[in-house]
Design a protein around this ligand. Structure first.
Ligand SMILES: [Zn+2]
Ligand SMILES: [Zn+2]
Length: 444
């Protein structure tokens, strides 16, 4: 007997409701054990154990901690990826922080892992009615933190990119996936229970080192070259150009001084800056990046210091697929009620789902269920039903839509998507941002 799409969705929802306690337990367990990107060993174990209990064969240790399992439909067809991110951020003053490491789930990724597994639990009841596969994928290191540690891993040849999904793309781990859904907890200001269709800025990371000449700050300041002055001139030079950025490009440049000198009795000779450079398009990212580099050179030139500028690619801009948005929206509205749906907006923050959006159709809905502002000490998942169980249902229902009846919808999504990059073209684009420059202000 062939069941209708609605019958299958009802089965999926009933199964997820039946197992809601298990899904909530995963979310609360991971919330209590936060781990930062590429070091999510325990969180990865939680996923592996669950996949094992579900009877799924899985591949672990993808980009160090990623775990991937394939659920097969009744016949071969397109593959829908359902993702969850493994990593936490670091906010030591958060009430949910690990007291030893300062790591905390201040971005709600604990609920993502639970919703990804929950969607799998629901879909297992109906896979034998679907004409394609679902891949459940726990992915590492979405957050752009601990760049120094990650660059050390790069030095050792353990990874190339400092962010998880780009590294997985490089390793070919997305080659057998045709489209992706992943639900994040709220970043909006409303208290809606779901929204679908946010777009995101792309981002680069810059690590900058000004080198001057140390000298006694009291007796021999005239013999020194002040690297801190070079750095402050450079930051002012960025600020002087902010009005040049077009509103539509939503450029965000956020420098911090990570080292300001060695001793107050000595002219600072070693000063370091880190900054993210964010913008809405690849072209605007390049332009803003050049503005920052020029400003750094200006600071070095003014005082005759030397500057080293290391640019590390972070995230590509995120542009979700229109057809996936429509399908996912209908499912979210069915789960949370149309009155509880919020609007989509452009986020000037970033996600490496953007990198995936360059290669395949993606959708990145948001759930409800958190307290506080993202990445703050107050932010954590308060309501695991809103943040994990509901998204499990809406993502599983999307997979049913896509893979039902010869996977007609999935094929239509693929056919109607705007042109995408292949893996080589994507890697070439991403690597085009990675560069090191040395400018000696004394030599000009
Ligand atoms: Zn985050
Ligand atoms: Zn996040």
């Amino acid at each position: 007997m062939s069941l209708s799409k609605e019958d299958l969705k009802a089965q999926v929802k009933a199964e997820i409701d039946r197992r809601a306690g298990e899904i909530i337990d995963i979310s609360t367990d991971i919330l209590a054990h936060p781990e930062t990107g590429f070091f999510e060993a325990r969180t990865s174990e939680v996923v592996q154990k669950k996949f094992g209990e579900m009877g799924l064969a899985f591949t672990p240790e993808l980009a160090r901690t990623g775990v991937k399992a394939r659920m097969r439909g009744r016949k071969a067809g397109p593959t829908v990826g359902i993702l969850g991110e493994l990593d936490s951020i670091i906010t030591p003053d958060s009430p949910v922080a690990d007291p030893d490491t300062g790591a905390a789930h201040g971005c709600g990724h604990n609920a993502q892992i639970a919703s990804m597994i929950g969607a799998g639990l629901g879909l297992q009841a109906v896979m034998h009615h679907l004409d394609g596969d679902v891949v459940l994928f726990a992915v590492p290191a979405e957050e752009c933190i601990q760049i120094g540690e990650r660059l050390e891993l790069k030095e050792k040849g353990e990874l190339e990119f400092v962010i998880g999904k780009p590294e997985l793309i490089r390793l070919g781990a997305f080659d057998d996936i045709d489209m992706v859904t992943i639900t994040h907890t709220p970043h909006g200001l409303d208290d809606s229970h779901a929204s679908v269709g946010d777009t995101h800025n792309g981002a680069l990371v810059k690590r900058i080192r000004f080198s001057g000449v140390a000298a006694h700050a009291g007796s021999f300041a005239h013999k020194g070259i002040n690297a801190l002055k070079a750095a402050t001139i450079a930051i002012s030079a960025i600020d002087a150009q902010r009005e040049k950025f077009h509103e539509n490009d939503l450029v965000r440049i956020s420098p911090i001084i990570t080292k300001g000198g060695d001793a107050t009795s000595s002219v600072p000779s070693d000063v370091r800056i880190e900054t993210m450079v964010r913008a809405r398009t690849v072209e605007a990212m390049r332009e803003a990046s050049e503005t920052v580099d020029r400003s750094m050179r200006a600071g070095a030139l003014a005082v005759g210091a030397r500057v080293e500028i290391e640019t590390v690619s972070g995230y590509m801009p995120n542009n979700p697929d229109q057809r996936l948005i429509e399908l996912q929206y209908a499912n979210c509205a069915e789960v949370v009620g149309a009155d509880n749906m919020g609007g989509a907006r452009h986020q000037s923050g970033s996600t490496d789902v953007g990198d995936l959006s360059m290669l395949m159709p993606v959708v990145h809905p948001r759930s409800g269920g958190t307290e506080g502002a993202p990445h703050s000490r107050e932010y954590y998942v308060r309501d695991h039903t809103l943040a994990a169980v509901n998204p499990a249902k809406s993502m599983a229902m999307l997979a049913v839509d896509l893979l039902y009846d010869e996977a007609t919808e999935a094929r239509a999504v693929i056919a109607s998507a705007p042109p995408k990059l292949d893996r080589d073209a994507y890697l070439k684009l991403r690597r085009s941002f990675d560069r090191n420059e040395v400018f000696d202000g004394a030599a000009h």
